[in-house]
Design a protein around this ligand. Structure first.
Ligand code: ARG
Length: 578
């Protein structure tokens, strides 16, 4: 009796149920591969159920109940299953063996991977995320990309993938001509010393605005850009300075968020290959000249044409991304490249992916996009947002969290209170972002982000800390006990419920990763914490009789382990005390 290490429970049961259907209806031609078993969510109806009989009725010319009944009558029970029952119009309810569940849990408790299948072993993925632009505001889209992308990164690594994370900063765009002109004529040197990014942004905006009204100015901007692209020493030096100043600022944010990258290549890394990409497209007959520009027509894909060289000879964002794909494929032979950006880049990536397909590039390309988020008091809207303001948001999160920590742990040394508040504040901001369906418009509010009694980061961190304290109390009271000697026993229904939830962790992580949805992990963790709290409130722990007591404390420690790992996958820390 062991948990299948490479197969998650629903899949194993689905496989079994499929075989049972096939052996029941040997004379019927039907595609039984669709048969699946799903968690019931209510232990009254067993732990899992199969609802496929309903959809088959027409083809099998039998009532769903009859179908379910025939399967159940001749069934060979799976080793994990106690019994099956037909319910309602034709559901098959599956009840797991308590003993099997406890041994599965015991196995999970003893493994660092918590029985999550390491399906990524031997596969490489590149994850392109965060990717702000030099000397331009880091807007909410980049922040969400950083938080969501980092969680997708963590999940893939946990599944065993070799992940190459690449922060594809915009360090080679047309903005540099504008900034160089701004730098030469509109710079406030003192401001540049004290807050470089803000000043770079200011001169960028000022120069851009000036160019809108002044054609001559705009021409000069273009000329500076051309000089830069030709490798002009002075302009290159300025450009390097802009990049360094910006990276310094970005780095501060990444450090606070606990995010790091394998590479920060940026668009400039590929600048010498742009001409080759266009030449290759032309050679293959994919790109043609149109009104002076070079264009890839994508009518067959029902997409607008994609310009790869502008009529002034300059290359653009699309050209750069095509060169990037080629370079990554050559360098890492990844199975997949995942891009994480806001929703406004959907068309761009559809075009890029279509062109890559036409070029026969052998890599799976996936765009994970998300909507924008509204922030409190218009802290930052997409247009105005910048790095400095994100820092203010994080400062405020930490300040508010410190008040919470001071109240819950008044006797904690101040330094520790501050460290905990840092984890809680950053965790709250991250969780508020990650727990939402990424494709819906969400509004961030402090009340929700910091709610200790609702679906929030601090609530989960708090649940974790409370569980850790149960373990500590046990260790204090029974210092010589070897708790691992006692089996995990599932006596009360609440214990079973908790066990079922825990056993769903591997498949939750697996599916969340494969669908690029950290929000599924968040949702799961919140459910788990609620189930735990019902358990905690309804059964005695330290006062339970010996044996039962140890079993419960062990169950607690599995919950703690799962919560800790789950939050880690979201990039959220778990302090032992709050
Ligand atoms: N720098 C871009 C922007 O701010 C995002 C880059 C995303 N990654 C990519 N390979 N295009 O809009």
């Amino acid at each position: 009796m062991s948990v299948p290490a490479t197969n998650v429970l629903s899949d194993v049961l689905s496989e079994w149920m499929k075989t049972m259907f096939e052996s029941t209806f040997t004379d019927v031609k039907y595609d039984f591969s669709q048969i699946t078993v799903v968690p019931t969510g209510d232990s009254q109806f067993g732990e899992f159920q199969c609802n496929n009989a309903m959809a088959m009725a027409k083809d099998l010319k039998k009532s769903p109940r009859q179908i379910a009944q025939s399967v159940v009558e001749g069934i060979d029970l799976h080793e994990s299953v106690e019994k099956v029952e037909v319910a309602g119009p034709g559901f098959i309810n599956i009840y797991l063996k308590t003993k099997w569940m406890s041994s599965a849990l015991t196995e999970m408790a003893g493994r660092d991977d918590l029985c999550v299948p390491r399906i990524g072993h031997g596969h490489t993925v590149v994850i392109d995320y965060s990717s702000p632009n030099v000397a331009k505001p880091m807007h909410i889209g980049h922040i969400r990309s950083t938080i969501i992308g980092n969680s997708i990164d963590r999940m893939h690594r946990f599944l065993g993938y070799k992940v190459i994370s690449d922060n594809h900063i915009g360090d080679w765009g047309t903005q540099f001509g504008i900034i160089i002109m701004g730098y030469r004529h509109l710079l406030d040197k003192v401001a540049l010393e004290s807050s470089p990014i803000e000043e770079l942004e200011r001169i960028y905006v000022a120069s851009y605005e000036k160019g809108k009204a002044d054609e001559e100015w705009m021409d000069k901007c273009r000329a500076e850009l051309v000089k830069l692209q030709a490798g002009d020493v002075e302009n290159m030096q300025l450009w390097r300075q802009f990049v360094e100043l910006s990276l310094g600022e970005f780095e501060r944010i990444y450090k606070r968020l606990g995010v790091s990258f394998d590479h920060v290549r940026g668009e400039s890394y590929y600048r010498d290959r742009l001409g080759d990409v266009v030449a290759e497209l032309k050679e293959r007959g994919l790109a043609t000249e149109s009104e002076g520009a070079i264009v890839v027509f994508l009518d067959d894909e029902k997409l607008p044409a994609c310009i790869v060289r502008k009529s002034d000879g300059g290359y653009n964002y699309a050209t750069s991304d095509l060169a990037t794909v080629e370079s990554r494929v050559a360098a890492y032979s990844p199975e997949k490249i995942i891009y994480v950006t806001d929703e406004r880049q959907q068309l761009h990536f559809r075009q890029i992916f279509a062109i890559c397909r036409k070029m026969g590039v052998r890599v799976e390309l996936h765009h994970v996009w998300f909507g924008l988020m509204r922030l409190p008091d218009a802290t930052f809207s997409t247009r105005e947002g910048n790095v400095i303001k994100l820092e203010k948001l994080l400062d405020e999160a930490e300040r508010r969290s410190l008040a919470i920590v001071k109240e819950s742990s008044p006797n904690m040394p101040e330094e520790q209170q501050k460290a905990v508040a840092r984890s809680v504040g950053i965790g709250a901001v991250k969780y508020a972002d990650l727990s939402q369906n990424p494709q819906s418009l969400v509004t961030f509010t402090w009340d929700k982000a910091l709610a200790l009694d609702g679906n929030s980061g601090p609530y989960l961190q708090y649940a974790y800390a409370r569980i850790a304290s149960v373990q500590d109390k046990y260790a204090e009271r029974f210092p010589n006990s070897n708790i691992k000697k006692y089996p995990i026993e599932l006596i009360e229904p609440v214990e079973r419920d908790l066990a079922v939830k825990l056993l769903q962790f591997p498949e939750t992580v697996l599916r969340a990763t494969l669908s690029y949805k950290p929000s599924s992990v968040a949702e799961y963790l919140y459910d788990l914490a609620k189930t735990y709290s019902t358990f905690y409130q309804n059964v005695p722990f330290l006062k339970a009789e010996p044996g039962v007591r140890e079993s419960r404390v062990r169950l607690c420690s599995v919950v703690a382990k799962v919560l800790r790992k789950g939050l880690e996958l979201l990039g959220i820390e778990t302090p032992d005390r709050i």
